[in-house]
Write a protein that binds this ligand. Structure first.
Ligand code: SAH
Ligand code: SF4
Ligand code: F3S
Length: 442
């Protein structure tokens, strides 16, 4: 009987990508993926540290999985619990002392060591914590991974050097590092060859990517986008996340020039008040942000813009918050993520004196989300009656239905034969809510 691994992933797309790479590495040792922890020889949790709630989730999850581990032990089966991801980097030793069931804890830059750690693991010798920032890149050692469906992720960067004052990522992921264009192209080509129709380029600030071009010389993110977009058989290209002030004209222009580059850009603004942006160490003003949005719309008028927001950053006044509301009114977002500020250990903002009370944060978040949701609904309703190409990428809610995505990344329920899974089909949009569309095959 084959050995089984159960993987649960928290956090951002980077973690989803890393989980796929770890799965590919452990598959080479004979571990097949299972969708339940009950029959798993390895349980792997890939964790997130971005907000307090995210980290708390891990602790309750480990408790639950420990019970499964014990039950399996009673049946004479052993289970290895591995914790990976950003919580390990931030508080690995605390995690091991609080969570006795965890056998191996491995930080984001050490995933290439996993096969060896698993093979050599000896319970009697004690549990293992690996949370260094090694000189070698994990990408040099991890095996190739195949596309698991019609959309695939490719990390083009690791880490972050921006040090926004609220954020743990520079500490959990280390400094910013760009992968080489050759590595990225090889990986993207392999994913297309194994079935991907759409590729999402991933990084904390993808537009800061830089490297040597395929023909020598300096290349920037716009060059990389053009190179990846030209891969034969690649129908759709997306990227996330980009840092507003690092948008250059060449990249913006690309959106008006390349057909398979999707008309969607995630451009996190965080706040609309310049005083708050400064305290956050975001290196742009609200006016500069609005100008970037204007330039995108100049070359691609239908582009969908999305963003992340933080409300209740230390020192945020009512007036500051109103500035965020005004900016949202001015931009008109197609989708968004918004959060209450969460003080994270070790970050400069967590030490700021003027923390905002929880009740004020909640009130502001409710107001902001109402506005954002109404914009999202308006955007969705605006596509009703149109004919749009939809990539059928997921199972539907019921039989005879699939879930797909428009170029603007709107989830779309389509009544179609399930054999069309993975195809891009023309869909007439017939209905819209704030969260999704419905449509029929044309
Ligand atoms: N590199 C990306 C963001 C990665 S984290 C960027 O700069 O846009 C994803 C989102 O989590 C951030 O955009 C921010 O909105 C939110 N976030 C990060 N730290 C947070 C904190 N301490 N409290 C609340 N939200 C936070
Ligand atoms: Fe965090 Fe800022 Fe880096 Fe984004 S750019 S990951 S918010 S430090
Ligand atoms: Fe979370 Fe780490 Fe991503 S902290 S958001 S999993 S980079």
């Amino acid at each position: 009987m084959s050995k089984k691994i159960f993987i649960k992933t928290f956090g951002c797309q980077m973690n989803v990508y890393d989980s796929a790479r770890m799965q590919a590495a452990l598959k080479m040792q004979g571990y097949d993926e299972t969708n339940t922890p009950d029959n798993a020889d390895i349980i792997l949790l890939n964790t997130c540290h971005i907000r307090e709630k995210a980290a708390d989730k891990l602790y309750s999850e480990v408790g639950r999985l420990n019970a499964i581990k014990q039950k399996r032990a009673e049946d004479g089966k052993s289970t290895l619990i591995i914790v990976a991801g950003c919580v390990v980097q931030a508080e690995g030793s605390e995690l091991l002392s609080r969570m006795h069931g965890v056998d191996i804890a491995v930080g984001p830059q050490n995933y290439h060591l996993l096969p060896e750690l698993v093979a050599k693991y000896d319970r009697k010798k004690g549990r293992i914590l690996v949370a260094d920032f090694p000189a070698d890149s994990k990408f040099d050692y991890l095996p190739k991974h195949d596309a698991k469906g019609p959309t695939a992720f490719v990390a083009i960067q690791e880490g972050c050097d921006k040090f926004c004052s609220y954020c743990v990522v520079p500490y959990t992921r280390g400094c910013e590092y760009s992968r080489s264009v050759r590595e990225i192209m090889d990986e993207a080509r392999h994913l297309v060859e194994t079935g991907a129709k759409e590729i999402m380029l991933l990084g904390q600030n993808v537009n800061c990517w830089h490297g040597e071009g395929l023909n020598g010389g300096e290349a920037d993110f716009g060059d990389l986008v053009r190179a990846v977009a030209s891969i034969d058989g690649l129908e759709r290209l997306r990227y996330t996340t980009s840092y507003p002030s690092k948008m250059n004209d060449s990249l913006i222009r690309t959106h008006g020039e390349i057909d398979n580059l999707m008309p969607y850009v995630h451009l996190p603004v965080q706040a609309g008040s310049n005083a708050v942006l400064k305290a956050m160490n975001r290196q742009y003003t609200a006016e500069e942000y609005l100008d970037i949005v204007r330039r995108f719309r100049e070359v691609r008028p239908d582009i969908a813009i999305s963003s992340d927001f933080i409300v209740g950053f230390p020192g945020e006044t009512d007036e500051d918050f109103e500035a965020t509301m005004r900016l949202v009114e001015q931009v008109g977002y197609a989708s968004s993520f918004s959060f209450k500020y969460s003080a994270r250990p070790g970050t400069p903002a967590s030490l700021m004196k003027n923390q905002v009370p929880e009740s004020v944060k909640s009130e502001r978040l409710t107001r902001l989300q109402e506005l954002l949701l109404s914009q999202q609904k308006a955007f969705n309703v605006g596509t009703v009656g149109k004919q749009l190409p939809v990539l059928l990428a997921e199972k539907g809610r019921k039989k005879g239905q699939l879930l797909g995505y428009t170029p603007y990344l709107q989830p779309t329920h389509v009544d179609v034969d399930e054999s069309l899974f993975g195809q891009i089909v023309n869909v007439k949009i017939t209905g819209a809510t704030a969260s999704s569309l419905t449509g029929e095959l044309k």
